[in-house]
Design a protein. Structure first.
Length: 149
């Protein structure tokens, strides 16, 4: 336990030196005193260390805030459960059925697709007689562009 107190005292002493040195350096330059190269480099080193410490503390704070994000979902679920509990009556929902359009009977669509395939094959250099292309089925693909990639 005594070692921990000594280490904490030493750390606070070092921190005091780090924080006090730039302030005394500013006071010395305001008085018009010339500093040697060693003193200037020591001031620069202390300013660098102080800047790194401030950035590290800010990063630790940001990491701590991000670690609290896991509790947001739990908080929202508890709040939603408390507000949903008083609702006692349930209203039945009538589902509307939408008649599905059958695309395989649409002759215009079949003709357009056949013409597009024929034009593509001709552009590729393949000779395809028009009577040999047959569209067997047309179905809508319910995928997004990202799923097709």
């Amino acid at each position: 336990m005594k070692n921990i107190k000594k280490m904490a005292g030493a750390a606070s002493g070092i921190l005091g030196v780090i924080l006090a040195s730039p302030l005394t350096a500013v006071a010395a330059t305001e008085a018009g005193e010339k500093k040697s190269l060693g003193e200037t480099m020591m001031t620069a080193l202390l300013n660098t260390v102080m800047g790194i410490c401030i950035v590290f503390c800010a990063l630790v704070l940001i990491a701590w805030i991000i670690s609290l994000f896991k509790y947001i979902n739990k908080f929202e679920a508890n709040r939603a459960a408390k507000t949903a509990a008083p609702v006692a009556s349930v209203v039945p929902v009538l589902e509307e059925t939408v008649p599905e359009e059958e695309l395989s009977d649409d002759l215009e669509l079949v003709a357009v697709i056949t013409a597009a395939v024929h034009a593509y094959e001709e552009a590729s250099g393949n000779d395809v007689p028009a009577g040999e292309l047959v569209v067997r089925s047309i179905r809508k693909v319910g995928r997004t562009k990202w799923q097709n990639a």
